[in-house]
Design a protein around this ligand. Structure first.
Ligand SMILES: Cc1ncc(COP(=O)(O)O)c(C=O)c1O
Length: 311
């Protein structure tokens, strides 16, 4: 444990040139009794191991990952905000190629670190739907690529598409699959969900997308709420037509940052469809959101055993 401080890096540090880097994103939540908890940290640890495999980095044992996060949260416990307003301590574990070497091969020296910062609520003025720009010129990841890994390169490649979304007046960008340019993958930093009029809840299958920890929690939660949950391909036409003809009643996105956010309008080069769920999000979207937030902040029973007490 050392005080937060700048790193001094040699200009030939491998990560600066070849992007051999992985990271995680998670939060610590303060409960009303003052205790501090993380949400499914073993899932972040397991994902970091999978990312490490893909990026030819060493696999940090799950227990070491959790111990490192716990140690930092304990040291920084006074930085964990009071529970009001969905505030939390954001935690960023990361590992990078720190060998001073120019040449394309796995680094023989790597650095693993964990940093943290208090984080405000994603929606400072209450939950509202995000508008989506459909990226048709850029893709995020192909088969055999790095889509399932949490690595900086995936985010670097998404930035120009996000810029395009902003120019188009949209909040977020959605990516389609590489092969056919037809199937919905995910947003720049969130997974997608579709709620059908018959109660089915559908999310794009994994493979080329990030296996979100919120996404997998919602699979369990929606199942427990009595919904049939499907992980399968969802085409952009199914989204467009489904919203237009009422077969799809709610669209939402999920991730550590926003937990669950209603998805509003979808815009592409040449058209757009309005969102579902009005200005405040659909009924199931908001029920899932409430339940997850209540579990994270200790206001609902943790029947899935997702919470890990740190302080
Ligand atoms: C590209 C991408 N997809 C999905 C997610 C959601 O993952 P999680 O629920 O683990 O935060 C994230 C991270 O927040 C992400 O960066």
């Amino acid at each position: 444990m050392t005080p937060y401080a700048p790193l001094s890096v040699d200009p030939a540090t491998a990560v600066l040139h070849y992007a051999q880097e992985i990271f995680e994103g998670m939060k610590a939540y303060r409960h009303a009794d003052g205790s501090v908890w993380t949400f499914r940290p073993e899932e972040n640890a397991a994902r970091m191991v999978r990312s490490a495999r893909r990026l030819a980095l060493p696999e940090l044992p799950v227990e070491d990952f959790i111990a490192s996060v716990d140690a930092l949260v304990r040291a920084d416990q006074r930085w964990v905000p009071e529970p009001a307003g969905e505030k939390s301590l954001y935690i960023r574990p990361f590992m990078f190629a720190s060998e001073v070497f120019l040449g394309v091969r796995p680094s023989q020296h790597v650095t693993y670190m964990v940093i943290a910062s208090p984080a405000g609520a994603y929606f400072a003025k209450g939950v509202h739907p995000v508008s989506i720009w459909l990226s048709e010129d850029y893709t995020r990841a192909g088969r055999g690529g790095m889509g399932a890994a949490k690595t900086g390169g995936n985010y670097a490649s998404s930035l120009v598409a996000q810029q395009e979304a902003t120019v188009q007046g949209c909040d977020q960008v959605v990516f389609l699959d590489v092969q056919e340019g037809r199937y919905v993958e995910e947003l720049g930093g969130m997974n997608m969900y579709f709620v059908f009029a018959d109660g089915r809840v559908v999310t794009p299958e994994t493979g080329t997308i990030l296996e979100g920890i919120t996404r997998s929690a919602i699979i369990e939660l929606a199942g427990k709420m009595g919904h049939q949950v499907e992980e399968r391909k969802v085409s952009i036409d199914e989204w467009r037509d489904g919203v237009a003809d009422g077969r799809i009643t709610e669209v939402f996105a999920c991730g550590t940052a926003a937990v669950v956010t209603p998805v509003g309008s979808l815009k592409w080069d040449g058209g757009q469809v309005a969102g579902t769920g009005g200005d405040t999000g659909g009924e199931l979207t908001m029920a899932i959101r409430r339940e997850l937030v209540d579990i994270q902040f200790g206001r609902a029973d943790d029947t899935f055993g997702w919470m890990h007490r740190v302080v």
